[in-house]
Design a protein around this ligand. Structure first.
Ligand code: HEC
Ligand SMILES: [Cu+2]
Length: 486
């Protein structure tokens, strides 16, 4: 929405003037100033700052103002994931930091305060600033001090801000980033819901999921070997009760940033298509986009109308990051179904060309039914381990630890230890439906395992006598009894 910068554009406007006079007038009323730097400000107001996923009210048609922004830096311990904490460095007490909303032509008076309990000096580099260091050189501030500097927003768009104090990578990796929006004159078009989401990668001394307070790991950060890749600073910041919401028929606008420090984001919402993307947070609009790339230190604005109810999953489509490192959020949409746009399950059945119930995992060794009556425990353990490695390992993992939200653990499994006949039945016949193992719910499918009674006895004996389980010795006759329905 800027004034044409050269004569050609003006000529062009004149040429189409005859046919497009009305739209020409509409455009030119907004272009009273040669450049945004010339837009005068009237009066003063204090900016509303919000923590993610919220954004402040839009600028609407307000005039450019002197805008007071007060940002406080807080170093504080927070939850990275269940049982794991991290010492975050924050702008305003959240990761990402407080959202700042301005309009083009505003003159921002920015005060950066460094809380006296903090341990380090910090500063701020706002990508919306035209000037050396984006403000960094003027804002360097020690704990217990504050710094003030002014800038004028002359380019509209969505911009990242971040700390730029050495070691810069470490300050960013600890959560020191956020977004500042510069709206055009008259504001962005109205939508029903707006949210603030920012991706970041984290590097901890322990591995993903290791409990306790986890320190920053410089070497992993240098190697770009992230333990966590998350939206809004922690695993689950946008899932379950923290999910963002909308109603069927509403338009949703997401202000999406990427703080990095290292990774670029392939931002995608499963089950939605972005009607519009303001590419890289700038003025060019792309339409009908499935996945948009958000560079480290960059942003994008995505918009879409939600047409059907359900849970839409936000991911970095570098998909291991979503399912194994935390880059997963949820948009919950309520309202009326629209069976034409999406039917839901029309019919559900087990696909099994052989007929019968749950699908069989072919195994090939079905006839090796050698009596185990004479086997010692050590022999059963040996044979059971082999069967486990061949048959169960892919899902339940090498040490029976399972995979969160997908395959339940067999190690120290309360479900397994509670009922041996039930365990036998599961291996013989497979299992579907919701079960709770060690307090976690699973609702998935375990295929029927095509192994002999002896093998079932051996593999379960191996499992019961490993990884902290209750040492049950499962016999072939026990398996036969379950098989025959006793
Ligand atoms: C294809 C993946 C897969 C394979 C292979 C597999 N399982 Fe499972 N298993 C599952 C799933 C999924 C569940 C949970 C089913 C549900 O949600 O109802 C499960 C549940 C179980 C349970 C009950 C829950 C618990 O954690 O105690 C036991 C016991 C079990 N499996 C044992 C085995 C054994 C023994 C083998 C190998 C002979 C095996 N499974 C092979 C996927 C698998
Ligand atoms: Cu800093």
């Amino acid at each position: 929405m800027r004034k044409p910068k050269n004569g050609l554009a003006v000529l062009y406007l004149m040429a189409i003037g005859a046919i497009g006079l009305q739209s020409c007038i509409d455009n030119t009323t907004k272009k009273e100033y040669a450049s945004a730097a010339d837009i005068p400000v009237s009066r003063e107001m204090t900016a509303e700052l919000t923590a993610p996923p919220n954004v402040p009210r839009g600028v609407g048609d307000r005039k450019a103002k002197k805008l007071i922004v007060n940002m406080e830096i807080l170093e504080q311990e927070g939850t990275m994931t269940d049982g794991t904490t991290y010492n975050y460095w924050t702008f305003g007490g959240s990761v990402p930091g407080s959202f700042i909303r301005t309009r083009v032509g505003d003159e921002v008076e920015f005060t950066l305060s460094n809380h006296p309990d903090n341990k380090l000096p910090h500063n701020i580099d706002l990508h919306a600033v035209t000037g050396p260091g984006g403000g960094a050189t003027s804002s360097f501030v020690a704990p217990g001090h504050e710094k003030k500097f002014n800038f004028k927003t002359i380019n509209e768009g969505l911009y990242v801000y971040h700390c730029a104090t050495a070691p810069v990578g470490m300050h960013v990796a600890n959560g020191m980033y956020g977004l500042i929006l510069v709206e055009p004159e008259g504001g962005l078009p109205r939508v029903d819901k707006e949210y603030y989401i920012m991706q970041g990668d984290f590097y901890t001394q322990g591995e993903n999921g290791d409990p306790g307070l986890q320190a920053f790991d410089m070497q992993k950060a240098v190697d770009e070997d992230a333990d966590y890749v998350v939206f809004n600073g922690s695993v689950g910041a946008l899932t379950g009760d923290n999910a963002i919401t909308a109603n069927v028929g509403e338009t949703v606008r997401l202000y999406v940033g990427n703080g990095g420090p290292n990774l670029v984001s392939s931002f995608h919402v499963i089950g939605e298509i972005f009607d519009k993307v303001m590419v890289e947070g700038g003025s060019s609009i792309n339409e009908n986009v499935q996945t948009t790339l958000i560079p480290a230190g960059g942003a994008a604005i995505v918009e879409f109308r939600v047409d059907v109810p359900g849970t839409f999953i936000l991911v970095d489509h570098s998909i291991f990051r979503a399912f194994n490192k935390g880059a997963l959020g949820m948009l919950k949409v309520q309202g009326e179904e629209n069976k034409t746009i999406y039917s839901g399950v029309v019919q559900e059945g087990i696909y099994n060309p052989e007929g019968g119930g749950i699908q069989v995992m072919p195994n090939g060794d079905e006839d090796t039914d050698i009596s185990s009556g004479t086997k010692t425990l050590a022999e059963k353990m040996e044979s059971g381990k082999q069967i486990y490695t061949k048959t169960c390992f892919a899902c339940h993992q090498a040490n029976g630890e399972g995979i969160p939200n997908a395959f339940p653990p067999l190690a120290e499994s309360d479900y397994l230890n509670a009922d041996v006949n039930r365990a036998i039945d599961i291996v013989l016949n497979g299992k579907t439906g919701e079960i709770t193992v060690n307090g976690q719910k699973y609702n998935s499918v375990m295929t029927k395992q095509a192994i002999s009674s002896d093998e079932v006895a051996d593999v379960l004996t191996y499992i019961y006598n490993s990884w902290g389980n209750n040492k049950t010795n499962v016999t072939r006759s026990q398996v036969e009894q379950v098989k025959n329905g006793h």
